[in-house]
Design a protein around this ligand. Structure first.
Ligand SMILES: Cc1cc2nc3c(=O)[nH]c(=O)nc-3n(C[C@H](O)[C@H](O)[C@H](O)COP(=O)(O)OP(=O)(O)OC[C@H]3O[C@@H](n4cnc5c(N)ncnc54)[C@H](O)[C@@H]3O)c2cc1C
Length: 489
């Protein structure tokens, strides 16, 4: 290959939440050469990370942040537009996120594992256990006490969280002390403290806890500020990647390439490289290497924000969310942080965790600098609109029960829902997992792209069902599974 850097065993594209775990797990075998390519900056140790990335009370995603990718999106039909961000830094979105670290439910894996037995709940539980060092429940059944990621619930929650939890308990919702407990201890509805991957106020993500401690290994190379632009193929075998670093382009040969670039960029990279719906690729002048339903389905957690005035001042220096109330497929989030300039205005998030509406990601240009189009199609299904209307009703009643809270009168009709619509920033499923006969599947249950060799995807893109909880803990579990299931090269 012309201009190629010496070939590595496995090249991992993207040093984000999943990529850092996978690089650490694969390189634990000294016989296995691993090269990790990350578009954003990389530091040599956790101590060198800027405070905005370390302090869990900060989410550095504002307009001035140098650590994010930004994408315009269409949330719903008509002009309901929005923007999403993703981490562009070692640790990826996990390095800039809210620190909520809750496992998906056994029912999610019942659906996922139907055609993919490696993904039944019993099969993934050891992966969840392996990740964590649960500082509250580590010795309890189903938990881990010696994994790299410390997990802890708020010790001294702020008044906003306490008032909401008190109102929910008074309204008769049961308490769920441990949201990561085994299935039999998690009722469909209930309120509980949010497990967070935070220790002593510091974010503990996959970069700081998995990758950076492994940097001394001679078989692991990490390149920051290196954006992969295309996968190279020989026939249907992936043989390397093209990249740009400091304005210079180059190529790295590989025995196997694993995409961990996240649900937006893993899909975009496949499409740009000729793996995707043939018609879409031909329209953009991209030669088809392998037909695949990349981007044809995706899901996220649509969220309605209810702003209200309260007596207590929300505290800025805490994790965003300390308590959550679950009503089966709805999560109600009393945010502990401020969203606007007025210190008395608080926000309650109402999120649909298993929406029936699904979205689509499409490439609009073969140029890697042009972001793909993301159509969420939120609220398209009547079921979703009805669920939101009911959940906003429950949320408003609870707020009214909080002493001193002033809640605006609202009619959650369709136009109100659209006006207050946002997203939880949990996009997943653009490269769905499933068996070869499943026409919606891009990868098999061991992450390998159907119909091609030497190419796998292991990040949030592969999840084939909506997850009933925020995805971060599950992404780490996915990467742990990948460390176990990917064959050695
Ligand atoms: C603002 C925000 C807050 C969130 N809060 C929470 C939360 O509190 N709890 C929760 O459960 N979930 C949360 N999420 C979601 C969760 O953090 C992500 O879904 C999860 O981290 C995704 O992991 P990933 O490995 O799939 O992708 P990422 O972690 O996004 O990693 C992808 C990596 O690939 C790199 N990359 C992409 N393209 C290329 C390329 N072409 N070449 C080289 N490198 C590339 C990126 O720079 C990035 O580092 C949040 C997300 C956001 C954006």
């Amino acid at each position: 290959m012309r201009g190629a850097v010496a070939g590595a065993g496995t090249v991992i594209v993207g040093g984000g939440t999943a990529g850092c775990v996978l690089a650490a797990r694969l390189s634990a075998d000294p016989e296995h050469t691993v090269c990790l390519l990350e578009a954003g900056p990389v530091w040599g140790s956790a101590a060198e990370l800027p405070a905005d990335l370390r302090l869990a009370g900060r989410m550095p995603i504002g307009p001035e942040s140098p650590w994010v990718w930004r994408y315009p999106v269409r949330l719903a039909d008509g002009p309901v537009r929005g923007n999403i961000v993703r981490g562009r830094v070692i640790g990826g979105s996990g390095a800039i996120n809210g620190g909520y670290f809750v496992r998906a439910l056994a029912t999610d894996f019942a659906a996922w594992g139907r055609e993919c037995p490696e993904w039944a709940f019993e099969a993934v539980l050891p992966g969840y256990q392996q990740i964590e060092r649960d500082l509250d429940y580590g010795e309890f059944p189903g938990h881990g006490s010696s994994g790299p990621i410390p997990v802890r619930r708020a010790v001294d929650p702020v008044p906003v969280s306490v008032e909401f939890a008190t109102a929910a308990l008074a309204a008769g919702f049961p308490e769920i002390p441990d949201l990561n407990a085994l299935p039999e201890a998690i009722p469909e509805t209930g309120v509980g403290p949010v497990p967070c991957n935070v220790d002593s106020g510091m974010r503990a993500g996959s970069a700081t806890e998995y990758l950076l401690p492994a940097l001394t290994r001679p078989n692991l190379t990490v390149h920051g500020s290196t954006m992969v632009t295309r996968i190279r193929f020989r026939g249907t075998r992936a043989v390397g990647v093209d990249y740009v670093r400091d304005g210079q382009s180059g190529t790295i040969a590989a025995d196997r390439i694993v995409l961990c670039a996240g649900a937006v960029e893993s899909a975009a990279l496949l499409l740009r490289s000729g793996v995707g719906p043939p018609e879409q690729l031909r329209t953009l002048g991209i030669p088809v290497v392998g037909p695949a339903p990349v981007g044809a389905w995706c899901t996220d957690h649509p969220e309605i924000g209810i702003d209200y005035r309260g007596a207590a001042t929300p505290v800025a220096d805490t994790v965003a969310l300390e308590y959550s109330l679950f009503l089966d497929d709805v999560e109600i989030r009393p945010y502990a942080v401020r969203f606007g300039p007025d210190p008395k205005v608080r926000r309650l998030g109402v999120a649909l965790m298993r929406p029936h509406s699904a979205g689509e990601l499409r490439l609009v240009s073969a140029d890697p600098r042009v972001p793909p189009s993301i159509e969420y199609r939120y609220l398209a299904a009547e079921y979703d609109r009805e669920r939101f209307r009911a959940a906003v009703g429950v949320a408003t009643e609870l707020l009214r029960a909080i002493p001193g809270a002033a809640v605006p009168d609202q009619q959650p009709d369709n136009s109100w829902l659209r006006a207050n619509l946002g997203t939880s920033q949990h996009l997943s499923g653009t490269c769905r997992m499933g068996p070869a006969f499943d026409e919606s599947a891009v990868v098999d249950q061991r992450f390998r792209v159907h119909g091609l060799t030497g190419l796998a995807v292991a990040d949030l893109s592969v999840v084939p069902v909506p997850l009933s909880r925020g995805p971060q803990a599950t992404v780490l579990m996915i990467a742990e599974q990948a460390g176990r299931l990917l064959e050695r090269v």
